[in-house]
Design a protein around this ligand. Sequence first.
Ligand SMILES: N[C@@H](CCC(=O)N[C@@H](CS)C(=O)NCC(=O)O)C(=O)O
Length: 238
Amino acid sequence: MATPSPNLTVHHLQVGQGERIPWLLEELSLPYTLKLYSRSPFLSPPDLAAKHPMGASPLLEDFTSNPSSPLLLAESGAIAEYIIHKYGSGRLALPPSHESYADFLYWFHFSNASLQPTTFRRFTARSVAANLEDPRVKMSEERVERVLKHMDERLSQNTWLAGSEFTAADVMTLFTLTTMRKFDAIDLSGYEGILGWMKRCTERPAYQTAMEKCDPELLKERESLISATGPGKFVPKM
Ligand SMILES: N[C@@H](CCC(=O)N[C@@H](CS)C(=O)NCC(=O)O)C(=O)O
């Protein structure tokens, strides 16, 4: 049976990880409607918060099989897998028969399961500690270095995270080291493997088309998003 033409709406809180989903959809050349929300002042505005118990972005609404009662899905990783397997014929994922299947799985989950929690732990430690010599800060910094070194080694030896093929693992991971640095500065000086990969990712036409649609102001900052020192801080509209 032919795959139905998808009728999808992506809810995206600007300057946030929701950017992964338009990027994925552009890579797959799938149609979608985009609903944009501004941060209020840092978190979701009430209309977005009310849409799902977690109140966060991204959200996917799939109207394809039942236009009057759409399926609502949260969690960017779950949304990515849903789109890839339901409408993308498995493209941008590697199948179990592929020699890099395990690498694909590992790096697909790495961003939300390791990279983001590690950087966020340092952010929290720095916020609560009286000074930067606090052992909790020191430990969290060591963990950030460890995670970045691990990624950097991978990307010094491979063009993309899963190996030689661009996959959804790259789509899942980029945000944490580009846009997220507007909230939590991470110095990437010396991590040449990561810096080269960020350049390759953001040069992709699908990334640029998605960002033009979902966060055009951020796209103008592309050079600083992928620089070692990172972009300027997010400025909330009060
Ligand atoms: N694990 C979730 C995290 C979602 C999340 O925290 N999104 C942030 C955007 S970067 C958000 O909506 N924050 C606003 C809020 O929580 O009110 C995912 O990967 O989708």
